[in-house]
Write a protein of this length. Sequence first.
Lengths: 115, 111
Amino acid sequence: EAGVAQSPRYKIIEKRQSVAFWCNPISGHATLYWYQQILGQGPKLLIQFQNNGVVDDSQLPKDRFSAERLKGVDSTLKIQPAKLEDSAVYLCASSSVRQALTEAFFGQGTRLTVV
Amino acid sequence: EDKVVQSPLSLVVHEGDTVTLNCSYEVTNFRSLLWYKQEKKAPTFLFMLTSSGIEKKSGRLSSILDKKELFSILNITATQTGDSAIYLCAVLPHNTDKLIFGTGTRLQVFP
């Protein structure tokens, strides 16, 4: 079974620039999560999708972050404009059944450095 | 505010040692507690604990939950260099799929 795919693996941008991350979940997984993990901290949920609908985006900084999941499969997370404090690893995870997080699988993440 | 606290933040041991990682929590409407191992970037699931006093075991790893004292421990016996990783504890409240993570414990095992 193929895992959760994310790209790019690494990204370095200057502050005020824009960046986009891509996630392809495990085939058939209806739930998709984006987490932000700042160095030295645990992952923090940014947004959760169930198919192509948003379930929870309460911790997403909507003035600069946006995410979409067209057709309920792949997802993109965008930051525009980036700030220094956005430097983090962005993890995508997917699960097959809502409220069954033991089935959640994480991708390798994208390490973003904002300079 | 819900929170999860892990200790120690960092641990350095030699191969063969036994380690105990701690996780305490203050969460409204607790449902379950999960342990993940994070090597490089991707967390991988280890255990989910829902009931007090029932030990979960997988090889050299074991974990137990105390819902009265609001904590869990993760034990690793006969540590190996491959156990080197960040161990994340997370709590899942009822009526949400939003995991609340602790800061993690960084374990380094040297030969």
